[in-house]
Design a protein around this ligand. Structure first.
Ligand SMILES: Cc1cc2nc3c(=O)[nH]c(=O)nc-3n(C[C@H](O)[C@H](O)[C@H](O)COP(=O)(O)O)c2cc1C
Length: 482
C-alpha cells in the first residue's frame, strides 16, 4: 500500500536540499532531478512542497515522470483532505488564474481575428504569451502576414467553378489529400485546451487535412493518432537532440507508427533559442506571483546546480529548447537521418533561394532523400527580420526555378485567409501550413474550435484557386537579390 503523506509534511520539503512535489495526487522527491530538469531547477523549486499538477500537466506528455525519475522517487500519495485544507488556507492553488468568461458560440466567430480574440479570453496568460510571441520586435511575424496583403489575385472569368475542389497530392503522389491546407508543427497544444494535439487531429478530420506533429507535442505520438479518422495522415517533426540516442529512439518509435506518420520533418531554422519577450515576460510574472507567495529562502540553490539550464523567467520557448543540437550540417545530419528512418524527409525552415538550391541539389544526388522543403521563418519566432516564406518562394522562382522540379515547396507563416492560401498556391507552393491558427482554434473551443478555424480558412480556396489560374500579381520592384 502506498504511504500517505499529509500536505503539511510535503510542504516542509521545499528547498533544493529536499524538494518534493505532488502530481496527480502522488508525492515525488525530485531533489536529485533538479539539475537535470530541461527547464531549469528554479521552475521546480517555485513549486516545491506543493501540488504542481496544474503547471506540470499541460506541458508534459504522459510517461515523462516514469522516463525521468527513478522508481524510488515516487514516495507515496498525499492525503487529499489535507491538501485541500492547505490550499484553502493559502487562498488558492499556486498559479491558478481567475476563471475565464464563458466562450462565445463558435458560429459567431467569422474569421481568424475573431477566433484569436476568443481564444485569448479562454486560455492562460502564459499560454497566450507563448503562442503569440515571436522574436525581438515581431517584424518577421508581422511581415509574414502583410506580405500576402501586397500580392493581388488576378481572377479570370468564364471559368467553370462548379467542380472546383481543393484536392491535392503531396510527396510525389504518396499522399492524396482533400486540401492543401495543413497544420504546421506547434508545441504544447494542451496549454490551450485538454483536447491537445489529438483535438487538432479531430478538428481537421472533416477537411482531410494533414497534421504535422511537433517534437514538443504535449501528448505522445501514439495518443495523437489513436482516434484519428480512417485515412487521416500525419507527419512528425524532429528537432535533432544533442544526445543523438534520444532522437534515434524517437525515430524508431515513429517508424513503427508509419501507418499514420508518413514522413519526418527536420526543422532547421531554430539552431539557437531566440528572444521572445512576450513569452519571457509571462514567465517573469508567473515567477513573481509564485515567489511572492513563498517564504524567503525557499529558492536557495535555484540555478546553482546547472548554469546551462534556462531560468524560470525564460518563458516556455527556452525551456523547451534545452537539449536541441546546434551542430547540424548537410554532410553529417542528412546521412545520419537516412540511417535511422526510411520515411520521406521534409526540410523545414528554408529561408533563402541559396539553401533551396542546395537542398534541390542534394535531393537530385540522393534520390528519395529530401522530398519537400517547407519555406518558413518559424512564424517569426526564430531570427527576427528573416524573410516571409512567400518572399523566399518568389526568390526561388526568380533565381533557381529548377528547384520546383527537384522538390516540392510547402510554405507557412502568416496565413490568415483562404486568399493567402490561394496566392501561395498560385506562386508554386504545393501545400500551405498554419501554426497559430490551429492553436487559437483549440483555445477558443477545443477540437470544435479547430474545426471552425479550418472552415473559416478554407473559404474561398476551391473557387478562387480555379479562377486565379495564372498567378498572383506581384508589385514590381518589390524584391531585391540578397
Ligand atoms: C506556439 C508555437 C509553437 C511552435 N512549435 C514548433 C515546433 O515545435 N516545431 C517547429 O518546427 N515549428 C514550430 N512552430 C512554428 C510553426 O511550425 C510554423 O512554422 C509557424 O507557426 C507558422 O506561422 P503562423 O503561426 O503564422 O501560421 C511553432 C509555432 C508556434 C506559434
Amino acid at each position: 500500500m502506498a504511504k500517505v503523506f499529509s500536505a503539511e509534511e510535503v510542504a516542509k520539503h521545499n528547498t533544493a536540499d529536499s524538494c518534493w512535489v505532488v502530481i496527480h495526487g502522488n508525492v515525488y522527491d525530485v531533489t536529485e532531478f533538479l539539475p537535470e530538469h530541461p527547464g531549469g531547477s528554479r521552475i521546480i523549486l517555485q513549486l516545491a512542497g506543493r501540488d504542481a499538477t496544474a503547471e506540470f500537466d499541460p506541458i508534459h506528455p504522459p510517461g515523462t515522470l516514469e522516463e525521468n525519475l527513478k522508481p524510488e522517487a515516487k514516495l507515496g500519495v498525499v492525503d487529499p483532505e489535507s491538501l485541500k485544507q492547505l490550499q484553502r488556507q493559502s487562498g488558492k492553488g499556486a498559479a491558478e488564474e481567475s476563471k475565464p468568461p464563458p466562450p462565445p458560440p463558435l458560429d459567431t466567430l467569422l474569421n481568424l481575428d475573431d477566433i484569436e480574440a476568443a481564444a485569448k479570453t479562454q486560455i492562460s496568460k502564459k499560454c497566450w504569451a507563448y503562442y503569440f510571441s515571436a522574436s525581438d520586435d515581431l517584424l518577421s511575424k508581422t511581415l509574414n502576414n502583410t506580405a500576402y496583403r501586397s500580392i493581388l489575385l488576378r481572377p479570370r472569368v468564364f471559368v467553370d467553378v462548379t467542380r472546383a475542389d481543393t484536392r491535392t497530392s503531396l510527396l510525389s503522389g504518396a499522399l492524396q489529400l482533400a486540401t492543401p491546407l495543413y497544420v504546421s508543427p506547434a508545441a504544447m497544444a494542451r496549454l490551450a485546451h485538454p483536447d491537445g494535439e489529438a483535438g487538432i487531429a479531430r478538428g481537421v478530420a472533416r477537411f482531410g487535412a494533414l497534421q504535422i506533429v511537433s517534437h514538443n507535442a504535449s501528448m505522445t505520438p501514439e495518443q495523437i493518432v489513436a482516434d484519428a479518422a480512417p485515412g487521416q495522415v500525419f507527419g512528425w517533426q524532429l528537432y535533432v537532440q544533442t544526445n543523438r540516442a534520444k532522437s534515434e529512439a524517437m525515430l524508431a518509435r515513429i517508424n513503427r507508427l508509419r501507418d499514420r506518420y508518413k514522413f519526418v520533418v527536420l526543422t532547421l531554422d531554430a539552431p539557437v533559442p531566440s528572444k521572445r519577450e512576450h513569452d519571457e515576460r509571462a514567465g517573469i510574472e508567473a515567477r513573481m506571483v509564485l515567489e511572492g507567495s513563498k517564504p524567503p529562502g525557499d529558492l536557495a540553490g535555484a540555478g546553482k546546480s546547472n548554469n546551462a539550464r534556462p531560468d524560470a523567467d525564460s518563458g516556455v520557448g527556452k525551456q523547451l529548447f534545452f537539449g536541441t543540437a546546434a551542430d547540424l550540417t548537410w554532410e553529417t545530419t542528412l546521412p545520419w537521418l537516412a540511417a535511422h528512418t526510411d520515411l520521406p524527409i521534409v526540410l523545414k525552415g528554408i529561408q533563402t533561394h541559396e539553401d533551396a538550391y542546395l537542398a534541390a541539389r542534394w535531393a537530385r544526388a540522393h534520390p528519395g532523400s529530401i522530398r519537400a522543403l517547407i519555406l518558413s521563418n518559424h512564424g517569426g519566432r526564430s531570427l527576427d527580420t528573416a524573410p516571409p516564406a512567400v518572399h523566399t518562394l518568389l526568390e526561388i522562382r526568380k533565381y533557381c526555378p529548377e528547384v520546383f522540379d527537384a522538390v516540392e515547396l510547402w510554405v507557412d507563416g502568416g496565413i490568415r485567409r483562404g486568399t493567402d492560401v490561394v496566392k501561395a498556391l498560385c506562386l508554386g507552393a504545393k501545400a500551405v501550413g498554419v501554426g497559430r491558427a490551429a492553436l487559437w482554434g483549440l483555445g477558443a473551443g477545443g477540437w470544435r474550435g479547430v474545426d471552425r478555424t479550418f472552415e473559416s480558412e478554407s473559404h474561398p480556396i476551391p473557387t478562387a484557386r480555379a479562377r486565379a489560374r495564372v498567378c498572383a500579381r506581384i508589385p514590381s520592384g518589390w524584391m531585391r537579390p540578397g
